[in-house]
Write a protein that binds this ligand. Structure first.
Ligand code: NAD
Length: 256
């Protein structure tokens, strides 16, 4: 790595930790961007905009807001810089913009950079393939801090996608999120989601397979969001110099 790591969202909870973890790993922080009026950590150069940041970095590590994704995807592809994208709550159009950028540059896009969650996602797919959808109802419950703006969490959706893949279906066709009111009986094969918000919970996810005679649950609890920052730095080191393409944290961890 020559120019270093650029951090989009440098003043945010994740951005600050990414800058700290980059320094701890001995990697230069090439600079950062954030919204006007925010305070970047001391010692980090503020860049004018995403184009400036991408031009002065080997890789941009981004934890911002879904509304930035389409413009940032275009700027990063134009600059030819690698991209580690952790922002969640992306729309299908945002996802398409990320895929388009990945035709020009190497992109790691992951809803969760913790190795433990990625292991849970791999296990979720295997369990879903082994447990018949007619008998085992899949439900995903997640809880996060009160500041989180999107629901269900990107990690919960990632777990749901893994269950759907294991069952050979599309998540969009079977997703039941945020049930309320007279919803009728549960549909066979549905994948249910419930989101709790409160306090300062860093991230808790449980995938439950509920049958008539037994329950099987996989739970992951993150106590410190530094787990995501160290994973993102690992992804940044892995992605620099790769061929253009859309990679996942499973690729980074050698679990794909
Ligand atoms: P945060 O609100 O603390 O930080 C977001 C930062 O982005 C803020 O400083 C904000 O000012 C900045 N920002 C917003 N719009 C911007 C723009 N247009 N240009 C530049 N900066 C902009 O939030 P956070 O807890 O750090 O989370 C950020 C995102 O990362 C969320 O989508 C969250 O769900 C996601 N996240 C992902 C993972 C993962 O492992 N993939 C882990 C934690 C959080």
């Amino acid at each position: 790595m020559q120019k270093g790591i650029g951090v989009a969202g440098i003043a945010g909870r994740m951005g600050q930790l990414v800058a700290e973890e980059a320094k701890a790993a001995g990697l230069p922080v090439a600079g950062g961007i954030d919204r006007a009026g925010t305070q970047p950590p001391a010692g980090v150069t503020l860049r004018a905009d995403i184009a400036d940041l991408a031009a002065t970095s080997d890789v941009v590590v981004e934890f911002t807001h879904a509304s930035t994704v389409q413009a940032h995807a275009r700027a990063i592809a134009a600059a030819g810089c690698a991209w580690v994208l952790g922002t969640t709550g992306l729309s299908p159009a945002d996802e398409a913009a990320v895929a388009e950028a990945a035709r020009h540059v190497a992109v790691v896009h992951a809803p969760n950079f913790s190795p433990g969650v990625n292991l849970v996602i791999a296990l979720a797919e295997k369990m879903a393939a082994a447990l018949p959808a007619e008998s085992y109802d899949a439900e995903i419950v997640e809880m996060h801090h009160r500041q989180k703006v999107d629901a269900p969490s990107g990690t919960a959706v990632g777990m749901g996608r893994a269950v759907a893949k294991g069952r050979g279906v599309n998540l969009a066709d079977v997703m039941e999120s945020g049930r309320d009111g007279h919803t009728g009986a549960r549909k066979t094969g549905a994948i249910g989601f419930a989101a709790l918000r409160g306090g300062q919970v860093v991230g808790e996810h449980t995938l439950l397979f509920a049958a008539g005679t037994e329950h099987i649950a996989l739970t992951h609890r993150a106590f410190d969001r530094r787990a995501f920052a160290t994973g993102a730095i690992r992804a940044a080191q892995w992605v620099v110099g790769r061929e253009p393409g859309l990679y996942s944290m499973m690729d980074v961890l050698g679990m794909a």
